[in-house]
Design a protein around this ligand. Structure first.
Ligand SMILES: Nc1ncnc2c1ncn2[C@@H]1O[C@H](COP(=O)(O)OP(=O)(O)OP(=O)(O)O)[C@@H](O)[C@H]1O
Length: 340
């Protein structure tokens, strides 16, 4: 159900905010019927729809569950609940990349899995995730709106790139005709720069196929086939050489801009060139937010705390290496990221 639509003004390049929807298709259909009133819909108008992702006071605790043989149970400690995320709040805007960074085991993957709806409803409160200001009702709703690219790709080595995307289209675009699915796969391959390898096997470590960067782009395509407005990626550059990593981030940045998509990704040690494509960072330390904002604002915070970033490091590297020192300098204004 779309409950609130603001009249768009194309001339003013206005942002259209929809409050409630059940899926991207529903959203786009509503948008197009809205535009249908007058004048007729234009693709550039539809592409202006923004989805702002907000997270408010998100906490996540797991109680590890281990089933043991009763005769050994007296030897084993009862697992304690693990508090993985603590009151995490941030905003991610459409058309931009927000990078989640932090030391290993700090909760980056858990955060992305939760927002993408891959965690059971009973384990967290879906209401702590808001899209365009409206609380999400369930993880099922999140799964429909957010595409999620996991760190490990789950591609079938003996399928070609085109077959892989057609396979995903068959499951995720059930209501479309095969011609429409073929068209969607074609435009996606074009968008992802995969046309030249359309008929190459994906391959794996044993059967050499496409390159690592191309595999990553295929994985992104598999989860983008239904054109989700919010795209979450867990370490999309891991295992890639610096050039391929840069290509993936460049691609995500241009896709975010072209279709007003909201991109949130986790990343380890981004290179200087990659940093140019990421306007905002969310730094996590032991499940808590220690900084949200641009690299420049991080630098300012570090200086304000009396530290100096060494010449050979950038502010992010310094913050990551000395995170225990900057813990506690949480920037309270969660709107810093969205410039509100
Ligand atoms: N199912 C689970 N059972 C027990 N502990 C878990 C479980 N899932 C996550 N954790 C713990 O939660 C913490 C955060 O894990 P998470 O994978 O989110 O971290 P991360 O920042 O993505 O790490 P990395 O950068 O190494 O991938 C870790 O200490 C991890 O051991």
């Amino acid at each position: 159900m779309v409950s609130c639509i603001q009249q768009p003004s194309v001339e003013e390049d206005s942002v259209i905010l929809f409050s409630t929807f059940n899926s991207p298709e529903e959203y786009y259909t509503s948008a197009s019927s809205f535009f249908n009133s007058s004048p007729p819909p234009q693709s550039h108008q539809l592409s202006r729809i923004h989805f702002e992702l907000s997270v408010r006071n998100l906490s996540y605790t797991i109680c590890p569950n281990r089933s043991v043989c009763p005769s050994f149970s007296h030897l084993m400690q009862k697992p304690k609940p693990v508090n993985i995320l603590k009151s995490v709040s941030f905003d991610a805007r459409g058309s931009e990349i927000l990078a989640v960074v932090g030391p290993s085991g700090t909760g980056k993957s858990s955060l992305l899995r939760i927002i993408s709806g891959r965690v059971k409803d009973k384990d967290f409160d879906p209401k702590s995730v808001l899209i365009n200001g409206r609380c999400m009702a369930s993880t099922a709703q999140l799964r429909k709106i957010c595409g999620f690219v996991t760190q490990e790709d789950n591609l079938l080595p003996l399928l070609t790139v085109k077959e892989t995307l057609m396979f995903s289209a068959k499951f995720r675009l059930k209501e479309k005709s095969s011609k429409e699915r073929e068209e969607r796969v074609g435009s996606l391959m074009h968008e992802l720069g995969l046309f030249h390898v359309a008929n190459s096997f994906v391959g794996d470590e044993e059967n050499r196929g496409i390159s690592g960067g191309e595999r990553k782009r295929v994985s992104i395509g598999v989860d983008m086939i239904h054109d989700p407005p919010i795209l979450l990626l867990d370490e999309p550059t891991s295992g890639l050489d610096s050039t391929s990593a840069l290509q993936v981030i460049e691609l995500l940045s241009s896709m975010a801009k072209a279709k007003q998509r909201t991109v949130v990704l986790s990343i380890h040690q981004p290179s200087y060139r990659i940093l140019q494509y990421i306007p905002n960072f969310l730094i996590l330390s032991r499940g808590s937010v220690v900084h949200i904002g641009s690299l420049e604002s991080l630098e300012e915070t570090i200086t304000r705390l009396g530290f100096q970033v060494p010449l050979q490091l950038n502010a992010l590297e310094f913050a990551m290496e000395s995170y225990q020192y900057i813990r506690g300098c949480k920037i309270q204004n969660v709107h810093a990221c969205s410039g509100k």
